[in-house]
Every structure is written in C-alpha cells, then in structure tokens.
Write a protein that binds this ligand. Sequence first.
Ligand SMILES: NC(=O)c1ccc[n+]([C@@H]2O[C@H](COP(=O)([O-])OP(=O)(O)OC[C@H]3O[C@@H](n4cnc5c(N)ncnc54)[C@H](O)[C@@H]3O)[C@@H](O)[C@H]2O)c1
Length: 492
Amino acid sequence: MALPGPGYSITMRVEAPPSASAAGDLTTAVGQAGGVITAFDVVESTAGRMVVDLSANALSAEHAEQLTAAVDALGDVHVRKVSDRTFLVHLGGKIEISSKVPLRNRDDLSRAYTPGVARVCQAIAKNPEDARRLTIKRNTVAVVTDGTAVLGLGNIGPAAALPVMEGKAALFKKFAGVDAWPVCLDTTDTEEIIRTVELLAPVYGGINLEDIAAPRCFEIEARLRERLDIPVFHDDQHGTAIVVVAALRNALRVVGKDITDCRIVVSGVGAAGNAIIRLLLHQRPAEIVAVDIKGIVWEGRPGMDPNLADVAARTNRAKQQGTIHDAIVGADVFIGVSAPNIITGADVAAMADDAVVFALANPDPEIDPLEAQAHAAVVATGRSDFPNQINNVLAFPGVFRGLLDAQAHVITDDMLVAAAEAIADVVAPDQLNASYIVPSVFDEQVSPAVARAIVATCSPTPRAGGAKASAAGVHGAAAGFAPDDADPTAGV
Ligand SMILES: NC(=O)c1ccc[n+]([C@@H]2O[C@H](COP(=O)([O-])OP(=O)(O)OC[C@H]3O[C@@H](n4cnc5c(N)ncnc54)[C@H](O)[C@@H]3O)[C@@H](O)[C@H]2O)c1
C-alpha cells in the first residue's frame, strides 16, 4: 500500500564514468530497486569521470540502504556518501528567535533595553494586562509536552519529542504567524507538569498541550484551565475533534444525511476519541457507540476510569455490549482513532447504505482505505497519500491565531464547533465530493477563516471555564490587532 515518499529521501554522491549511458544506468538501478528519483545534479565533470548527486525517495530506512547498494553494485560506479535528507532538514533545529527591533546604536539600545525598558516594565507592573500589548505574550504560545505519547512512538521522553514540537512551532508560524515555542518537560508527574506550566504561563498568550498520554492529559488540561487566565488547548484532543467534525459535516452533505439521524461508532476512547465524542455530542447525533480495546463501552461496564464512565453515561443508550464487529452493524458512520486493521470490508458492508468511514489510526488505519472504499460512500484517513486527509494542521494554527487576536482568556466548546464549521465551509458546494470533504492544508483561506470564527465566538461577557478567567472575562476584540495597539503610549 505504501509508496516511496519524501519522509525517506536520500541523496547519494556518486562517482561514475562519463559515458553516454551512465546517467541512465544510475536511474535505472534506483528504479529497479523500487526507488523514485527526485533529482539528478552533476556536481563535478572532467574528461575521466563525473560526480553526481542522485536524490531518491524510498519506502523505509532499510529500503534506502537497498537503493544505495543497487547503485554501488554497478560497474565503475562508487557511492562516496549518502545523506538522509530528512536528517539534513533537522540539523541544528528548525526554528530560531530573531529580533523585531533594530539594535544599531546606543539610542536603539536605550529604548529596546536599559534604561528605556524600565518604564515599560513599570507600566506592566501597574497594569498586568498590558503584557499582552507590550510583550511577546501577545503572539506567543507554549507547545508543552512530557514526551509520553509522541506520534505513534509512545513514551520517548522530552528530548526525543523536541523535533516534533519544533515542527509544530514551525507550522504555527507558517500557517498563522503565531510564535510558538517548544517546552519539553523532564517529568511525567501530573502535579509537576501543572505547576511548571502555571509558573511559566506569564510569558505566553496560550498553552498548546501536545503528545501527553491519556488519561493524564485530561486532568492536566482541566486543572490548567481552572488555574490559568490564558486558553489551554490539547491539540491531540481538540484539534483532532475539530477536523473530524468538519470532515463529517461535509461527508454527510455528500451522502445527504442529517447527523441527527445518524448512528456513529467511535473506535478508540483515548485522547482523540474522547474529544471527538464530546464535540459530536454537541451535534446531537441519533446515537454514538464508543468502543475501546475491551470492546463496546456501556454504562456499568466494570473497570472504567471516571472519564470513560462519563463517556459511557452519555453514549450507547441501548447499553449494547460486544465487540467492534457488533457495534458497527447498521452504523451510518465509523470513526476510528484506535489501532491498525481492526475492521474488515465485511464490517463496512454491514454498515448502513452510504456509509462514512474515517479510519484515522496512524500510520496504518483501522482498515485498508482501498478495502473500505469498496463498501463505503466516503472514506477519510490520516494519511497524506490518500484523499480526505484528516490533519490537525487545518485547525490549531487558526484556533490560536483567533484566541491571540481576541486576547481570549479561555477556550470554549462553542469555539471548537465554530472552528469546525469554518473549516467545513472553506469547501465550496461546487467543490464538494466524496474525495474532497476537507480543504487542503495549504489552502490559505483555512487559517484566517478559523481565526475569524474563533474571534466571532469570543463573548465580551465572562464565561465559565476558569477561576481567574471567569473574573477576567473574554476580550472580544475584532480580528487583527486590538485597537489600542495604535497608541504606543496608551496605558503607559
Ligand atoms: N488526524 C489524525 O489522523 C489523528 C489525530 C489523532 C489521533 N490519530 C490516531 O488515532 C490513534 C489514537 O490516538 P490517541 O492519541 O487517541 O491514542 P490513545 O492511546 O490516547 O487512545 C487509544 C484508544 O484506542 C483504543 N484501542 C487500542 N487498541 C484498540 C483495538 N484493537 N480496538 C479498539 N480500540 C482500541 C484504546 O483502548 C484507547 O481508547 C493513533 O493511531 C493516532 O495516530 C489520528
């Protein structure tokens, strides 16, 4: 099913004879070994030899070695060195800090730093809300992890999680102009994480929790929301839920069903499944049946933690028991955020007519998408090599852009729903079809549309969701910078 892709991309520096057939021999060797050539650059040429950089995509690290061996085995050819292009991208890290102000002479120094800065400090000491106007707090988000649930790699620790968090920060900047900074914590203790984030919160306008394992992530998020006066958003939960709800809205448009008539099976009640179920409940589906590794979730099932018990109480009114294969019979929608290859084509065939299947387990979905397509009307996965990729990048940059622009103190379920609707509505009615239910992650309309939806949902009246936040309320500034930005001396 998998194809050679840029995730396993190498460049071989190769010495070869300058014969007419040399280039063809090299590319044929790579092609016959199953690689895909992406570039052929001559870096040195003399009468007696040529040196070329041959770039190719492979299926895996082992496959990349096979491509190298195939080239090296050609007569008169010598592979001098091989660069892994993915590792090259990460050399020295992927993000940096740069100064926004000129520091050319003593005058500049006096304003940006001492003595001038002291007056700005005093202004903030007098009115702490000014930190959002006069410091990086205005546009900066902490990407906080303990490294316990990183991609599909599990608990790999804070240092190994850093390349992912740097990547996330780069995406924040690219798609929404948000300055995000990785905060990888060397602890897995719930209390230590909460206290640490609380202590560093003054610098940030929002907290994006990332790759923290369930069920600890639920408590960490809930308690931080109580304590902090800035929005706290666990992307693995809510980013996923927003994009799933957006995709489902459009999938149901394609098949002409109303969600209030739909029976939805959600496989997996971890970080993603839990948030998806909670956001779907706002859409009032006819029924949701949750399934986890122990089978169907039903009220009264022994051994459930409080979170799962709450899901059980709010789903599966018929108290159905059994396995995923029982739950899926007659369902209109299957949403998998669980494990690879747990359902078959026969299961999808047993669903209602015009079934919708979102098989989102990464890297291998709950069912081979081609097998699902044989029986379902709409299929989505988390993969970039199939149509309808459910990708959190559609949500989190715009969500935080909106939260920062609105100077919001909290994030609410209404905002998550509004973000989902905004993503769905970027797909125009004349673009919508079974293979295009979500916009491309590179569609430049997405992030501003999500940000506008978040800002519009921010109420000027106080909202529940945090002790300090309730007291402070939510600032309902218009999209873009708050009006008082225009006056650099306001409040000073
Ligand atoms: N945008 C996306 O495509 C996207 C977003 C989030 C998560 N995911 C994927 O969803 C999966 C779950 O992510 P998570 O962060 O919620 O993980 P998690 O570890 O928090 O939860 C996993 C859940 O799956 C259940 N599960 C495990 N094996 C199962 C089985 N054989 N049958 C039924 N349920 C089973 C577990 O009981 C648990 O409820 C991962 O593969 C992840 O990569 C994809």
